[in-house]
Each structure stands twice: as C-alpha cells, then as structure tokens.
Design a binder for this molecule. Structure first.
Ligand code: SF4
Ligand code: MSK
Length: 643
C-alpha cells in the first residue's frame, strides 16, 4: 500500500527514506498483526476480573467473567468512545465560554468581541434581556449561560431548539434530549462500569443522548462562541501544502484544536517589533502555518496557510525548516519531540491539560495569552540561526483554495444581501441540478493511503452533482488536490453542479472549518429544512455524511450525533462493533426506524460514495423530485390558463 497520496508528503517520504525517522506508518507495521478482538470491539477490561474477550467464531468463551456478552461489551466500548469524543469537543467549548467570561470582565488582554450580532442572537436564544444592556454585560451573561449548558442537571440543553420541530419531537419521544454535557458523559461512564447497564439497546440510548450533547451543545457552543470572539468567517483565499513553509523565514506551526492561543500567535507575529527581531536574526519574516484543526481555525479567519493534515504533522518537522511547533490538545502525536530532536525544532505544549515528555511546556491562560504568544515567537526567532541548511528540504508547490464558509456566508452567497436565504440551493436541488448534499469529514489513518479515500469519495460525489461540505482533515486533503479552488474544483463536477457553482462563484467543496464546526453542517441542514420544499426533517433531505479515513473517538461521537439527527453516515477503515451481530444490525439498519438516520461501514471509498448517492436518490424519490424538473416561470397567459 502506498503511504500517501499527498504529492509533497510523497516527495519528502522519498527523500527521508534512508534516514532513521520512525513515522506513524513504520510504527503501524511494528504493531501488526493488530489484535482481532480489539478491532471487532469484543474485548473488555472494565474490571480486574478481566480482561475478557469473546470468541468471534463461537467456539470458545461467549461471555466475560461477569457474564457480559458480545452485545454488551461492544455497546459499552462504543459508548465509551462517544463519551471521550464528546468530552474532547465539549471541553474545547467550555474553554471558549470561560474565555468569553474573562473578556467580558476585562481580564483577557488582547481578546475582544468581534461579532456582536452573533452575541446578541445567542443571548436571545438563551432568553436573556438585551435591551439597553452594555455589550460586556451581555457577553458575561452569555458566557455564564453557556457554562450552564455543561453543568445542567435536568431539563434540556438550549440549542436543541434550533433543530427542526419534527426532529425535536423524535428525540423527546425517545427520551434522548441531553440534559447537560457533563451529566451525559458522567452517566455514560457510570452505565459502562462493570455490572451496570447490560442491555445493548439501552446502552445505545445513552450513546445517542451523549453524542447529541456534543453536536447540539458542546461543539455548537464552541463554534458560536469562537465566532463571537474571533469573528464569523467569511470566504477567504489561502494556500495549502508543506510547500507553504518558507526557507528564508522563521516558520512556526500551530497544531491541535483550540484557536485561543493561535489567534494571539497570529496577532503577535504581525507585531513590527517581532518582525524587526526576526530580520535581525537574518530572516525575511515570520511565517505561521497550521496543521489539523487549529490550521482550519486560523485559515478561516486570517488566511493563514495550511501545512497539512493529521499525517503531515511528523513530516512537517522533517522539512528541517520548522523553528517551533506549538501544540495544544487532541490529535498531537507523542512522537513529535523525538523527531524534533533530530533538528533544531522545538515542540511547545501550551495547555494545562496536555504535556508531552520531551516538549517544552509554556502554559498559557487568557490573562497572559498575548505575552505568551510573543515569548513563543521570540523563541522561534532565536532558533532560526540554529537551522541547518543541509537539513532543509521543503517540497516545492502550494495549492490555492477558498475556505471560510459558514451558515451565514452560504445564506448570503446564495441569496445576496437583501434576499439572503437557502432558497436557491433548495430550488437547485428540487430542479435536479444539484442531486444532494454530502458532509465528508474526519481524519487520516495510516491504515489507508493518506488522503486517498477522501479524494476518491469526494470526486465521485462531485461527478454525480453532489455538493460537498467539509471540515477537519478531510477538508485539508481535498484542498491539497485543488478541490477547494473555485476554478480547478469545477473540473470534477457534473454539469448541473458546475453550472450552479459557476453562477454563484463558489467551489464545489465548501470548507466549513474545524471538527467542532461540524455543528455548522447541522445548522445548514436545519436551514435547508426550514427553507421548505425538501421535507420537514433533516432525515428527509437528500443528504448523507461520511468519514472515510476516521481514527479519533471524536469521529464516533460526530457520526452518532449525525445519525441521531437523521443523517445516513458511512465510515471507512474499520468499524468497532463488528464483533456483535445484534449491535451492528441495530446501527446499520434498525436505528433508522427510530432516528431516520443510520450508520454504514464501507472501507472502499468508491463503494461508500455510491452508498451515499443511492441514499440521496432514495430521498429524492420520497420527496417526489427524482425526475429532473426545471422551474417554469409562468407568464400572464399561462396564469390565465391556470384559472
Ligand atoms: Fe470481564 Fe465483565 Fe470485567 Fe469486562 S466487566 S473485564 S467482561 S468481568
Ligand atoms: S484534527 S479529529 S485528525 S479531523 Fe480535528 Fe483531523 Fe480527525 Fe484530529
């Protein structure tokens, strides 16, 4: 199997082949063969009577020491993955809420409220009085209310009201409306403790409730509050590839997820004092580039170039041109300091939640963020003269892209300033120029060729006139291929989709941001429902979701909240419940009866794309829009004829 489809990664891999770096692909080889029980989800180490495992061939043990069967064990493992994913996204959201509170109290120098309109809108959703109030007071109250969404013990999370009414009623009937994020995570861990919840369907109810607390609370709040603090993104041009690193500049890579510090780094890097210092050390400037979701955050709001996605993180260091890599939380490989030790590169951890042995820890807080950002940049500048020219090998080539799409910008771009709406999108779907909409998101995984599954899937969807919405590492994969370029991306489209994208001036693949911004897809899907003509629930839309190269527990949480919101969702690579026929049947089939959405597992990305297209076609048929129809504008005579 080829390791990567990414041209600059391939070049670099070729060059470093003789050298002694151990990359994720090498480490995967060392792990082979991986444990089959683990892959199927049928091992349990939830108590010290175990670890227990279930024989998938039915010849040996079919239950653990406590009597738990394959259905219970796989369901418990699945729920624990959901809980970890929810925790990661939601702790991110909580950190932004805490920052908003500090900004409102004047305790976070350097931060400000950039989107007052969004703040007011959210305040009204929380039922707050805004009339005659100072913006700081409203921000404080919104921050406090947002924190309550995490700690709430009863009732319903607030933003669930954003969902279509029919969807809310489905959730209420099933009893899966989350009460508060923390409560759902704690209950998930309690239920999966030895000897507690031991009915797989009942365990899955909590998986749904917990996941919904991510999509419609934790992640959604992270997105909303970041937009309030850092500005709601608008379409912006950018560049992608390891080629964005500059040989003659100080290169700083920001990597991880939370934009709280990276925003300050971007601001500090533009400080004339910093630029002067860099020049004194012989650099032409300071170049910030991003990896993973932090990259998406600073691209969306500042046009900061993307160095790459998840599997580019180790390779970026082997270019020999990175002075410091600043990391915070999630998706950061522990191997980074080891690789960095072969170069002049420093890995800097910054979150009080995450340290890595061998990295330099420079903890930041909102109170000292700008000061810390400057210290980090100074450290990078100091390291520039230590760079060994002989070690520098930046693969040439940058690819253009347009990112920064949000619910707000899609509305505006489709309808213009005075008629901003989703009507043109819905009309084009009804008319058949656009077959449907797909969200293709998620990670990279060294078990499959880096970026390849994303590209095969997305190109097939475009060919079949499906508009693609992306976040996370999936978006970066497609950006590298030029699919986020409004001109080059059109080469891959069917005639209908091309026509619409040309008319509106958008790429056929819309970059909606980081992993927490999958909540923007929920908001966009809801807006499509509310616009009318495509049914009255998300499950009726000709839409589907996928994560063809997923690896993170967050992906499972995202997938489960998409399914529970009514979306057909296909995952590739491996699937963690295959050791239980009953649970797999529930997730792949029966859950659709309850939720309107369901999971599928298909490792072949082309086949997975066709599953999505078949699903979209099925929904078109159910809506009675399966035959391409052009909208006919009636003139007076035709109207008279009607009468
Ligand atoms: Fe084994 Fe049951 Fe303990 Fe799990 S909880 S390790 S199945 S005894
Ligand atoms: S960073 S969760 S590898 S998308 Fe959000 Fe990429 Fe997956 Fe991390």
């Amino acid at each position: 199997m080829e390791w990567s489809r990414d041209g600059s990664a391939k070049k670099l891999l070729q060059e470093i082949r003789e050298e002694d770096f151990q990359l994720s692909w090498d480490r995967l080889q060392e792990q082979l063969p991986q444990c089959g029980f683990g892959i199927l989800g049928i091992c349990c180490r939830n108590c010290s009577m175990g670890p227990c495992r279930i024989d998938p061939f039915g010849e040996n043990a079919q239950v653990g020491v406590c009597g738990a069967d394959a259905d219970t064990i796989t369901a418990r493992n699945f729920l624990r993955m959901v809980a970890a994913g929810v925790s990661a996204h939601s702790d991110h959201g909580r950190a932004v809420a805490e920052t908003l509170i500090k900004v409102a109290r004047g305790e976070a120098p350097g931060y400000e409220i950039k989107d007052e309109y969004k703040l007011l809108k959210l305040a009204l959703e929380f039922g707050l009085e805004v009339e005659g109030k100072k913006i700081e007071d409203i921000a404080l109250q919104v921050g406090i209310n947002a924190l309550h969404e995490f700690g709430n013990q009863e009732g319903e999370i607030t933003l669930v009201k954003r969902a279509p009414l029919k969807r809310q009623n489905i959730w209420r009937k099933l009893g899966v409306v989350p009460r508060g994020v923390d409560r759902e995570v704690v209950e998930a861990l309690h239920r999966t403790h030895m000897g507690t919840d031991q009915n797989y369907l009942h365990i899955m109810r909590q998986a749904t409730r917990c996941a919904l607390s991510d999509g419609w609370a934790g992640s959604m709040l992270a997105t909303e509050l970041q937009d309030i603090l850092f500005g709601t993104p608008t379409p912006i041009v950018g560049k992608v590839n390891l080629g964005v690193l500059k040989e003659d500049q100080v290169n700083i890579i920001v990597h991880g997820h939370e934009p709280l510090l990276s925003e300050m780094i971007v601001m500090a890097a533009r400080d004339p004092e910093m630029l002067k210092m860099a020049k004194e050390k012989g650099a032409r400037g300071i170049n910030i580039a991003g990896i993973c979701c932090t990259a998406n955050e600073v691209l969306m709001r500042h046009g900061i170039p993307l160095a790459g996605n998840f599997l580019n993180q180790e390779l970026a260091i082997t270019t020999g041109a990175v002075e410091v890599m600043v990391v915070d939380v999630q998706c950061v490989m522990q191997s980074l300091p080891t690789i960095a030790s072969c170069f002049h590169t420093r890995i800097i951890t910054t979150s009080e939640k995450a340290k890595i042995s061998g990295a330099t820890h420079m903890e930041f807080s909102e109170e000292n963020a700008l000061k810390k950002a400057k210290e980090i940049i100074k450290m990078a500048i100091e390291r520039f003269p230590l760079r060994k020219k002989s070690q520098v090998r930046i693969p040439a080539g940058e690819v253009d892209l347009v990112a920064g799409f949000t619910h707000e910008t899609i509305t505006y771009m489709l309808g213009g300033m005075f008629r901003a709406s989703y009507k043109p999108l819905n009309d084009n779907i009804i008319g058949g120029r656009i077959r449907g909409v797909a969200g293709v998101v998620g990670c990279n995984n060294p078990k499959v060729t880096h970026d390849e599954s994303h590209l095969i899937m997305v190109k097939e969807l475009l060919k079949q006139d499906v508009l693609v919405l992306q976040t996370g590492c999936a978006a970066i994969a497609c950006a590298k291929e030029g699919l986020l370029d409004p001109v080059k991306g059109l080469e891959y489209c069917g005639d209908g989709l091309r026509e619409v994208c040309e008319a509106v001036g958008i790429p056929p693949v819309l970059h909606l941001g980081a992993c927490v911004d999958n909540s923007r897809i929920l908001v966009a899907a809801t807006a499509m429902v509310k616009e009318g003509g495509l049914g009255d629930d998300i499950s009726e839309l000709p839409a589907a979701g996928a994560a063809p190269e997923w690896m993170s527990e967050k992906a499972i949480s995202i997938g489960q909240y998409f399914v529970a919101s009514g979306v057909f969702t296909v995952f590739g690579v491996t699937w963690p419940t295959l050791g239980s026929k009953n649970l797999s049947r529930y997730l792949f089939e029966e859950i659709e009866e309850e939720m309107g959405g369901k999971w599928a597992f298909e490792p072949d990305p082309l086949k997975a794309a066709h599953l999505m297209i078949e699903h979209i076609n099925k929904k078109r048929k159910a809506l009675g829009i399966d035959k391409a129809r052009e909208r006919v504008l009636f003139d007076m005579e035709m109207r008279r004829g009607l009468e």
